[in-house]
Design a protein around this ligand. Structure first.
Ligand SMILES: C[S@@+](CC[C@H](N)C(=O)[O-])C[C@H]1O[C@@H](n2cnc3c(N)ncnc32)[C@H](O)[C@@H]1O
Length: 195
């Protein structure tokens, strides 16, 4: 665990120093609680960056003793850095990192998904949701980051989920060099009825 904590701290410091977007500890702790509550078999994350949130998710999957993370990153250099961070932290076996545009990768996942974490480019939250929807289990948990700062760009996603599912908006005071207040939205997905 010492090794894991050291990698997490160094990834966080590196994101702060290089202005690489990351969740930050306040929202990451909240995400971790969601993983604990859902006890997912499969978590899908859109937007890996260098693996900060992926490390938190993997930490909790390891703690609850179940589940895998599929995480998708469009930038190959960031993906390669994330892979190396996962290896150093000893959680590689829990993570399947895929490189590409999440909208295309999601089409090929072919496995039931219990928890979707959207943290990529805001305008693609809805296309990503649509691409993975056939694989979502009934009552899958959807988590969207940056709903405070990015609401306009993800309006199609928010309109869709708020009009159909139970949603909860959570605001956070955060301490990141580029933002100090933002929100995450949780939605409970319902499969459309076939009648
Ligand atoms: C906010 S960062 C992710 C932060 C990460 N979840 C964390 O907390 O450590 C967003 C990432 O999404 C990636 N990205 C943007 N558009 C994408 C897309 N269409 N598919 C996959 N990744 C994308 C960016 O390259 C960037 O690294």
């Amino acid at each position: 665990m010492k090794k894991f904590d050291g990698v997490l701290q160094s990834v966080e410091a590196s994101c702060r120093e290089r202005h690489i977007p990351m969740l930050g500890p306040e929202k990451a702790k909240f995400l971790r609680q969601i993983v604990r509550r859902v006890q997912p078999n499969i978590v899908v994350e859109c937007g890996t960056a260098i693996g900060y949130s992926g490390l938190w998710i993997a930490y909790e999957l390891q703690a609850i003793g179940t589940g895998k993370l599929i995480t998708i990153e469009i930038d190959p250099e960031r993906a390669s850095e994330a892979q190396s961070n996962f290896t150093q932290a000893g959680v590689n076996h829990l993570i399947d990192l895929r490189i590409g545009d999440a909208r295309n990768v999601l089409d090929k996942i072919g496995i039931a998904v219990d928890l979707l974490f959207l943290d990529n480019d805001f305008q693609n939250y809805f296309p990503c949701f649509q691409a993975i929807e056939p694989q979502l289990t009934n009552e899958a948990t959807l988590v969207a980051d940056n709903v405070g700062i990015g609401a306009d760009k993800m309006k199609d996603y928010l309109d869709h989920t708020r009009s159909r599912y139970q949603t909860e908006l959570h605001w956070f005071k955060i301490d990141l060099p580029w933002v100090n207040r933002d929100a995450m939205e949780i939605a409970t997905y319902r499969k459309p009825s076939s009648t």
